[in-house]
Ligand binder design. Structure first.
Ligand SMILES: Nc1ncnc2c1ncn2[C@@H]1O[C@H](COP(=O)(O)OP(=O)(O)O)[C@@H](O)[C@H]1O
Ligand SMILES: [Mg+2]
Length: 372
């Protein structure tokens, strides 16, 4: 028996019928997938294969019903489609096993700390693993820094507190009575209280920065105005130490910034510069436009920061000398971390280089176009 050979108009009908049925099966398949959307990828792959096979079979059956092909030819076509479907299911099964196995490998790796991303995963899983690895590493570094900070700060708080308690007890017990010592103790206690308060303020500020809760009210300001404010604020400290503090601003240098916060960041740099510059030395602030950025720098005469310390000065609680004994004017090593946090919240950058008789700290901010 010879099968009917599809003529051209038959071919049009075949395409139309199979396409229609295919769309119907595809819609059903998508509905099933939606229903199974939280199941294993293996189940979804099986659905894909089943949809492909059913769509083909439906087409073949529809065509046989139009008697275009019949008898052995029809059986041959049906068995070929069925076998193809089985092969597809087999491949889907193997693939699903691999995907499921690899995702189990990923889950097992996540359970282990420190997390190391497994290699040779399928692309999407590899991306997830790499992203996770980075996030874990960042979290670990932050956690370490936090723990160090707590340890150092509690040490820094305890030492002056112990001194204050000793002085207060001596005053209370009448151990010191001569007026000069009594007033020295009172002055000392007041100084320590001020220092501790400033430290607690800094800690609070830093924790807000780290929590991303720094609220900036940004407006267009001239960097030279911020420089002038900072200069006025630091002038008494410079005069007391005999350091010459000056500013050079070529133009207004407009930036979009929270003037208070930016002034605080700059003040931290200036106070450091004055602290590390010997008397008769000078500290210079410069505001200018450089390579399309608003740029403000603080140059001092500190004699240079050791090369190995340069990348670490902005770290929380970093204070240079290995011995961490608090000195009279010693800070907690938070000033530069705060300055960095403020500058980065302004989409800016902060850096330091050794330059001439000392070092130069520099803040760079996006420049706002000058008004026309
Ligand atoms: N202008 C500077 N010249 C030399 N060293 C500096 C200067 N500014 C900062 N440093 C170094 O960086 C450290 C961290 O500074 P900072 O975060 O302000 O903390 P703190 O002032 O409380 O020590 C300082 O202890 C000092 O070692
Ligand atoms: Mg400081």
């Amino acid at each position: 028996m010879t099968p009917h050979v599809a003529a051209m108009d038959d071919l049009g009908v075949i395409v139309a019928v199979t396409a229609g049925l295919g769309l119907l099966v595809a819609a059903l398949g998508i509905a099933v997938m939606w229903w199974l959307r939280t199941r294993s990828i293996g189940v979804m792959l099986a659905v894909v294969v089943v949809v492909a096979v059913v769509a083909t079979l439906a087409g073949v059956v529809a065509i046989t019903m139009r008697m275009i092909i019949e008898g052995p030819a029809r059986n041959i076509v049906l068995s070929v489609v069925a076998v193809g479907g089985l092969v597809g299911l087999g491949v889907a099964f193997v693939l699903a096993r691999r995907v499921v196995g690899e995702s189990r490998r990923l889950v097992a790796a996540v359970g282990e700390l420190p997390f190391v991303a497994p290699r040779k995963l399928p692309a999407e899983l590899q991306t997830i693993a790499n992203t996770l690895e980075e996030a874990y590493a960042r979290e670990r570094a932050l956690e370490g820094a936090r723990r160090e900070l707590v340890a150092w700060v509690s040490h820094d708080l305890r030492t002056p507190l112990a001194g204050m308690r000793a002085m207060a007890e001596a005053l209370e017990d009448g151990v010191v009575t001569d007026r000069e010592t009594v007033s020295r103790y009172h002055g000392q206690i007041k100084l320590e209280v001020e220092r501790l308060s400033a430290m607690v303020d800094d800690l609070f500020e830093l924790s807000r920065i780290h929590a991303g809760a720094l609220r900036l009210s940004r407006a267009r300001v001239g960097l030279s105005d911020v420089v002038a404010d900072t200069l006025a604020g630091a002038e008494p400290l410079a005069r007391a130490k005999g350091v010459l503090l000056t500013a050079e601003a070529t133009a207004a240098v407009p930036v979009e910034a929270d003037a208070g916060a930016l002034s605080r960041a700059l003040a931290n740099l200036v106070i450091n510069a004055i602290k590390h510059t010997p008397s008769d030395g000078s500290v210079v602030l410069r505001a200018r436009v450089d390579q399309g950025m608003a740029c403000v720098s603080v140059s001092d005469c500190c004699g240079g920061i050791p090369e190995e310390d340069l990348p670490r000065v902005f770290d929380v609680a970093f204070r240079g000398e290995a011995a961490r004994t608090p000195t009279a004017d010693g800070g907690a090593g938070l000033g530069l971390a705060i300055a960095q946090g403020i500058v980065e919240a302004h989409d800016g950058m902060i850096g330091v280089v050794n330059d001439g008789p000392g070092c130069r700290f520099e803040i760079r901010l996006p420049l706002v176009d000058a008004p026309r």
